[in-house]
Ligand binder design. Structure first.
Ligand SMILES: [Zn+2]
Length: 188
């Protein structure tokens, strides 16, 4: 299933489409061999996510992903809509694949309702305002409990000691209601 990782030389793999390069104007890194593709991910933590392109960067794998377009219920008036307002690219850290870190370049869609409300689509692999995937957070929390110390765990997960300490404190705190986050029933 993961044979695409080694298909760089094949015809299917092309330079990144211009549209995608234009969407990442702040990314100064050389864009390496890129594989344009279009399939739905079936890896843990990325179920139902559409992968449009994969690139091998210097020290990580970049997966360009988006969610399928589906009718969403407007949080303001309750009407259903699938009218697209716009897209934003959000860089999200994921777990390792073959010992290389994976970053998702998530093309996050916003819908527009007839009532004027604009809102982000549901995406179960990342929570609102998070820079890491849900799967990353689960693995990180487990390591915080089992790991030697915060510094070691932070290094292993390519994050800061401050983040490690903050997440550890959250483990002890009672679960809070997160308004706007997808509920578990949306994400099964
Ligand atoms: Zn509405």
């Amino acid at each position: 299933m993961l044979g695409f990782l080694h298909k760089r030389g094949q015809k299917k793999c092309t330079q990144a489409p211009l549209s995608i390069i234009l969407e990442l104007p702040r990314n100064k890194e050389r864009i390496g061999a890129a594989c344009t593709m279009n399939f739905t991910m079936d890896l843990p933590g990325l179920k139902g996510v559409k992968v449009t392109k994969m690139e091998e960067r210097e020290d990580f794998i970049a997966l360009h992903v988006e969610m399928p377009r589906t009718p969403h219920r407007c949080p303001s008036c309750g009407e259903r809509t699938e009218r697209i307002h716009d897209y934003r690219i959000q860089k999200v850290q994921h777990l390792k694949l073959f010992e290389r870190w994976v970053y998702l370049f998530y093309r996050k869609r916003r819908y527009a309702c007839r009532c004027g409300k604009r809102f982000a689509e549901k995406a179960c692999f990342v929570e609102r305002y998070q820079r890491q995937t849900v799967e990353w957070n689960q693995a990180f929390r487990l390591r915080l409990i089992q790991g030697k110390n915060f510094t070691d765990t932070a290094n292993q997960f390519q994050t800061s000691v401050t983040t490690a300490m903050r997440r550890f404190d959250q483990l002890a705190a009672p679960p809070r209601e997160e308004g706007g986050s997808p509920s578990s029933s949306d994400c099964d």
